[in-house]
Design a protein around this ligand. Structure first.
Ligand code: HEM
Length: 186
C-alpha cells in the first residue's frame, strides 16, 4: 500500500456526505416503489409520496448547507500519488454530482409545490399548492425521473472510482471521506 500526504475531508463534510448518501438511497428506493410497486393514487402511494417529499425537503436544505460548507472548507488536496488525469476526473466527477443534486432536488421541490399537499414537511405546511407560471409539470416530472436515473449511474461510477484507487492502485481514498482509521494504519 502506498503512503500519501493527504488528509481527510472536514468532519462536517464527511457527516453531510454520508447523511445525504443514505438520504438519496432512500429517495431512489422510495421513488422506485412508487413507480412500479404501488397502485397509482392508492393510500400507500400517497403516504410514500408524502414521505418522499418530506425527506426531499431535508435533503434540499442539507444540499444548500453542503454547498456553503464546500466553499468555506475546501476539500483536502488529493495525494501526490494520484495522476493528473485522475485528479481532473475526480474534480469533474464531483462537480457533475453537485449539478445532478441541484437539478434533481430543485425539480423535486417544484413537483411537491404542484401537488395538492403543497410543500409539506411531515404534516407541517410550508407552502400551499402553487402553480409556477410557464412551468409544465409533466416536463418537470420526466426531467426529475430521467435525471434521478442518470444520477444512479453517475454514483455507480463514483463508487467504482473510489474502489479502483483502493484495490488497483493501493491508495486509500475512502479514508478521506470516512470516520475510522486508514487501512494502511492497520
Ligand atoms: C448517493 C450517494 C453519494 C453521493 C451523492 C456522493 C457525493 C459525493 C460528492 C459530491 C463528493 C465530493 C465532495 C466534495 O468535494 O465536496 C464525494 C466524495 C467522495 N465520496 Fe461520495 N457520494 C455518494 C456515495 C458514496 C459512496 C457509497 C462511497 C463509498 C465508496 C463514496 C465515497 C466518496 C469518497 C471516498 C469521496 C472523497 C473523494 C476524494 O478524496 O476526493 N461516496 N461524494
Amino acid at each position: 500500500m502506498k503512503t500519501s500526504n493527504s488528509s481527510r475531508y472536514h468532519f462536517c463534510s464527511r457527516l453531510l456526505h454520508w447523511l445525504m448518501a443514505f438520504g438519496i438511497l432512500f429517495m431512489w428506493l422510495s421513488g422506485q416503489v412508487m413507480m412500479v410497486g404501488l397502485e397509482d393514487g392508492s393510500d400507500e402511494e400517497e403516504a410514500l409520496k408524502a414521505l418522499h417529499a418530506s425527506v426531499g425537503i431535508m435533503l434540499f436544505l442539507l444540499l444548500l448547507v453542503r454547498i456553503v460548507v464546500r466553499f468555506v472548507i475546501p476539500p483536502p488536496p488529493l495525494p501526490d500519488t494520484i495522476p493528473a488525469f485522475d485528479r481532473y476526473n475526480a474534480k469533474m466527477g464531483h462537480f457533475i454530482i453537485y449539478v445532478f443534486m441541484v437539478l434533481i432536488m430543485t425539480s423535486g421541490q417544484v413537483l411537491a409545490l404542484s401537488q395538492e399537499a403543497g410543500l409539506n414537511w411531515f404534516g407541517l405546511q410550508i407552502l400551499s399548492q402553487t402553480e409556477i407560471a410557464g412551468v409544465e409539470i409533466d416536463f418537470v416530472e420526466n426531467f426529475h425521473f430521467i435525471l434521478a436515473t442518470l444520477f444512479f449511474f453517475a454514483i455507480l461510477i463514483h463508487i467504482a472510482a473510489v474502489l479502483k484507487h483502493r484495490w488497483f492502485e493501493g491508495e486509500d481514498i475512502f479514508y478521506r471521506m470516512w470516520f475510522g482509521s486508514k487501512s494502511t494504519d492497520k
